[in-house]
Design a protein around this ligand. Structure first.
Ligand code: DX5
Ligand code: ZN
Length: 210
């Protein structure tokens, strides 16, 4: 299994002070910065777009992990690449040609990834595992931070780890010190945490996840 990486979700940061938050969470030990992009169609919430990603990029040292919760992510690959995304992950449930979009992300110089909603089976991503750099498994329904971890997804994590021993497998939603242990035991190595990291002492919380 690849090394454990911690990816604080900026969705839970103080948006009035993004630069300060990015610097603080990087100093606290973040490996990646998780950016939740929501389009108000794929999920009932509207968050961050390319101009804000590009502003974050100006102050960030760590790679930006852009999680696109969008119905038509293929239309925005170029913009998010230009804004400075290091990873772009797209949902298998989106209205996108997966193979083509993965290729477009890679051609734009960005690492491509796929995302599975909690009830989506690994089969939906299986044909693409050799073509992606990250598989993100949602452990809450996408749309909002602060929800409760759905333990059933651990079976998907285990199945994914079996199929792809060397792939970065990321888990997102309801991650805290307890659920992180379960996720890592199942085979996840990239831990997204929003409300947990930003809800306390950043360094202590990141350390507890590791
Ligand atoms: C949910 C987002 C998550 C969210 C996680 O749609 O994809 O990244 O910020 O928040 P917590 O860690 O609070 O569950
Ligand atoms: Zn996310």
């Amino acid at each position: 299994m690849p090394d454990i990486k911690i990816a604080p979700s900026l969705l839970s940061c103080d948006f009035a002070n993004i630069q300060r938050e990015v610097e603080a969470v990087e100093a606290a030990g973040a490996d990646l910065l998780h950016v939740d992009v929501m389009d108000a169609h794929f999920v009932p919430n509207l968050t961050i777009g390319p101009p804000v990603v590009s502003a974050i990029k100006r102050v960030a040292k760590k790679p930006l992990d852009c999680h696109l919760m969008m119905t038509d992510p293929q239309r925005y690959v170029a913009e998010f690449a230009k804004a400075g995304a290091a990873y772009i992950t797209i949902h298998v449930e989106a209205n996108a040609p997966l193979g083509e979009t993965i290729e477009a992300i890679r051609k734009a110089g960005v690492k491509p990834g796929l995302v599975l909603n909690p009830e989506t089976r690994i089969d939906a991503a299986a044909p693409y595992l050799s073509k992606i750099d990250m598989l993100l498994i949602m452990s809450v329904w996408p749309g909002f931070g602060g929800q409760k971890f759905i333990a059933q997804v651990l079976d998907t994590v285990k199945a994914a780890r079996k199929l792809a021993p060397e792939l970065d497998i990321e888990i997102d939603g309801g991650i805290n010190a307890e659920t992180a242990k379960l996720a890592v035991a199942a085979g996840a190595n990239v831990l997204v945490a929003g409300s947990y990291v930003f809800g306390g002492d950043y360094a202590e919380r990141i350390k507890s996840l590791r």
